[in-house]
Design a protein around this ligand. Structure first.
Ligand code: GLA
Length: 549
């Protein structure tokens, strides 16, 4: 079954189902992603007091502060040395007056100040940029002392904590190490600190308890391949963000050499995916198009939207992806929709309104170009150029129930992008699966499950759940499978468990399905799929169609 067919079939089911008008709209108000400027992309370790002050001045004089950019973040390069008492000193030439004067200056402009450190002993700069002053200045063994210095004595509001020395040299364990550091910071610092964890991959579901944001990829560069790679790394991570915690796609390369349409895609997708927005170019010589893009209030509004949601994919056809998220009201009639074309040729998009859960005449506002376009009542159709994006605020007449839930958009409790475990749950492309993607290696343990906690039913009642799966490859990863197919799927709907044992085991059969009648409550329901004792086959998606009887 290809995705197009699935979308059509689902659209038909939705059309014949009884879908009432009223939608519940829950208002939430979470801290939005951090917006500001950071020194790394342009200056690497070559920073100084006067340079930082000039950038802070420019942030205000250019109107970026008024547009919402508040943080001036000092990245690697300010370190001097640690003395015999363990006291950290700043770089004698770059920051001869220490960091308090810099933080005070930033604050005097009504801005917030960010600092940088390392979870181990030696900084990334000491390893990659030959910055000798970065040796022995990391947090390792000095957690409380440095927290007191950074936040109480110097007065910084934000910290990014890197993992070069900790990982490459000390081989520390991430969850343990970051928990220890964050506990120390919380214990010592007198005010709330916005914390960013920088481990160049989604670190694990523990990270949300520790940080406001976390990097999900290696370092960005001002090349299209880098932008495309980071977007693809973040495509299926929306369930891990939320409630004021965000996947960090790295500092912005806008205005640093990408083509104009690539700059738009870069910034637009960072907004759609609710990444922190940290400008990385030299503000004192920023170009007009970069300024215009970075201060587009309509794009910023979807990044800073109080619902704090990350967009997810509702359609993937011919190389293009359709991303969507609620803005303004949860399950309301306004949605942000991006047609994203990562390919090297034009991509035609045809998005039925049912795919974005809207019905009736829809008003479309092109928020990149800041103008209304003709309303639609069936589908959104545009050709998007190579490396391009079109982003719309779509306002429909009526919000309809979702009919399909993709495995790749579930919260995967054991998701382990750092590949710590041998056979960890992972995204597995499969061409004929819905969205071209499945989730493999679910199960084998009670904690290794997929969770959808916002399965929505307008009225509640009996539904036909159809679960689509792909029989797994035998013996993948060198693990020997028993010759008998012992795979199972355990589906729990609001705690009611269905165990499915009779499953197809031949992968060449492609996408298979099983049907189960389930009861949904009115409003949000919780669906959990896993298998406590054995692995599940690769899970594609499930659909929910109200029972007509
Ligand atoms: C790592 C981080 C970068 C930057 C440098 C500083 O590479 O990922 O963002 O902070 O360290 O050395």
């Amino acid at each position: 079954m290809n995705n197009q067919n699935l979308v059509k079939r689902v659209a038909l089911f939705c059309a014949i189902g009884t879908i009432p008008l009223a939608v519940s709209s829950r208002l939430c108000n979470f801290d939005p992603p951090v917006m500001g400027w950071s020194s790394w992309n342009t200056y690497r370790v070559n920073i100084s007091e006067s340079l930082i002050k000039k950038q802070a001045d420019a942030m205000v004089s250019l109107g970026l502060k008024d547009a919402g950019y508040l943080y001036i973040n000092i990245d690697d390069g300010f370190f001097g040395y640690r003395d015999d008492e363990g006291m950290l000193h700043t770089h004698p030439e770059r920051f001869p007056n220490g960091m308090k004067v810099v933080a005070d200056y930033i604050h005097s402009l009504g801005l917030k100040a960010g600092i940088y450190s390392e979870a181990g002993s030696n900084t990334c700069g000491s390893i990659w940029d030959d910055d000798k002053n970065g040796i022995g200045v990391g947090l390792y063994g000095f957690e409380r002392q440095d927290a007191d210095l950074f936040f109480n004595k110097w007065g910084f509001d934000f910290i990014k904590i890197d993992y070069c020395g900790a990982g490459q040299q000390l081989e520390l364990e991430e969850e343990e190490r970051y928990t220890y550091i964050v506990d120390a910071i919380r214990e010592v610092s007198r005010h709330n600190i916005s914390l960013n964890i920088c481990r160049w991959a989604y670190p694990g579901t523990w990270v949300r308890n520790l940080a406001r944001s976390w990097r999900i990829s290696g370092d960005i560069s001002p090349r299209w391949e880098s932008i495309k790679h980071i977007i693809s790394k973040n495509m299926y991570l929306s369930a891990f963000a939320g409630e004021g915690h965000y996947n960090d796609m790295d500092m912005l390369e806008v205005g640093r050499g990408l083509k104009p349409e690539e700059d738009v895609t870069h910034f637009g997708m960072w907004c759609m995916m609710s990444s922190p927005l940290l400008i990385g170019c030299d503000l004192t010589s920023i170009s007009e198009p970069a300024m215009k893009l970075l201060t587009n209030p309509e794009l910023i509004a979807i990044n800073q939207d109080p619902l704090g949601l990350q967009a997810y994919i509702v359609q993937h056809e011919g190389g293009g992806y359709v991303f969507v998220k609620d803005v303004e009201h949860k399950r309301g009639t306004v949605r942000a929709v991006a047609l994203y074309n990562p390919t090297d040729t034009v991509c035609p998009f045809n998005v039925p309104l049912s795919a974005i859960e809207l019905e009736g005449k829809c008003r479309l506002r092109d928020i990149v170009n800041r103008k209304d376009v003709a309303p639609v009542d069936k589908s959104i159709c545009f050709d998007v150029p190579a490396h391009g994006v079109r982003i719309f605020r779509v306002e429909g007449k009526k919000r309809v129930e979702p009919c399909i839930y993709e495995a790749e958009h579930a919260f995967l409790n054991d998701f382990d992008d750092l590949a710590k475990r041998k056979r960890s749950v992972a995204f597995m492309p499969f061409e004929s699966a819905s969205g071209g993607m499945t989730v493999t290696n679910l199960g084998g343990h009670k904690d290794n499950y997929a969770l959808w906690d916002e399965v929505y039913s307008e009225n509640g009642g009996i539904y036909k759940m159809t679960l689509y799966y792909v029989p797994s490859e035998k013996g993948r990863g060198g693990i020997r499978e028993p010759s008998v197919n012992d795979r199972r799927i355990e589906v729990s709907v609001n705690g009611n468990m269905f165990v499915i044992k009779q499953l197809e085991s031949d992968r060449s059969t492609g996408v298979n399905k099983v049907e189960i009648p389930v009861e949904l409550h009115k409003g949000y329901n919780v669906v959990k799929i896993g298998s406590r004792l054995t692995f599940t086959p690769d899970i594609d998606c499930f659909t929910l169609i109200p029972d007509e009887k």
